[in-house]
Design a protein around this ligand. Structure first.
Ligand SMILES: Nc1ncnc2c1ncn2[C@@H]1O[C@H](COP(=O)(O)OP(=O)(O)O)[C@@H](O)[C@H]1O
Ligand SMILES: [Mg+2]
Length: 226
């Protein structure tokens, strides 16, 4: 199976002048095509920091992140943004949908950043994804007019609309009740299988983690060994 993402010996130190906080130390990680990997670990162990580095939203203090055979470290901000847009989807604990836009517009957003996709095509593809997450009757609704579970479904549709190779999800069900969390996770897994993408998901929920192909335990910025 081909490798989608590779982190080599990455460390992160937040440097705020007098105070230096070492958050990650010497981490390695490989994610293959179509894989479902869960990351668990207590609050403050560095999970979100790791996801930020892997997604090219921040740069490691040491080490390298490779996405689809390209080392992100040496790219400028524009080129990294393009790699993100082309190959990655992001889902967060809080949906981060834009309040003043409809569900369709929110989902279409990652496609609208592309020069080669027209507005109509972007909206068509967005509505197709909204249909797949069971929200074809909510396309005109704004985030405030949707339930928590529905908002996370919109966030999933937005993450998948570009058909990324890898979805990075940071506690995507952390803000939902148990029933909704399970439903959202099952939907995400099903779409992941059908569309053939890899999923790297941080979760507190051991039930969901148990359904991944692989579970990684983070402790104080490194992988815990058992
Ligand atoms: N921008 C930052 N500057 C300084 N310290 C930070 C910053 N972001 C996170 N941290 C610290 O890094 C540690 C790990 O944070 P985080 O990656 O959010 O953990 P987790 O997602 O596992 O709860 C925490 O101790 C946090 O306070
Ligand atoms: Mg976190």
């Amino acid at each position: 199976m081909s490798i989608i993402l590779e982190a080599k010996n990455i460390s992160k130190i937040y440097d705020e002048g007098k105070i230096q906080t070492s958050v990650l130390t010497g981490l390695d990680l490989t994610v293959h095509q179509g894989e479902r990997v869960a990351i668990v670990g207590s609050s403050g162990s560095g999970k979100s920091t790791l996801l930020h580095l892997l997604g090219g939203l921040d740069t490691p203090t040491e080490g390298e992140v490779w996405l689809k055979g390209v080392c992100l470290n040496h790219l400028n901000e524009t080129a990294r943004g393009q790699m993100r847009n082309e190959h990655l989807g992001f889902i967060y604990q809080f949906h981060h949908l834009l309040a003043e836009f409809s569900a369709t517009e929110n989902v279409a957003m990652p496609l609208l950043m592309r020069a080669d996709v027209s507005i109509n095509e972007a909206k068509d593809r967005a509505n197709e994804l909204l249909d797949r997450v069971g929200l074809s009757h909510r396309t005109h609704h704004r985030p405030s007019e949707l339930s928590g579970g529905e908002r996370q479904r919109v966030a999933i549709a937005r993450a998948l609309v570009t058909r990324p190779s890898l979805v990075l999800a940071d506690e995507p069900t952390g803000n939902l009740d148990d029933d909704n969390a399970l439903a959202v996770f099952e939907l995400l897994s099903e779409l992941q299988d059908t569309l053939g993408m890899a999923l790297l998901m941080v979760t507190h929920d051991r039930t969901l983690a148990a359904r991944a192909d692989r579970v990684l335990h983070m402790k104080s910025g490194t992988w815990a060994q058992f």
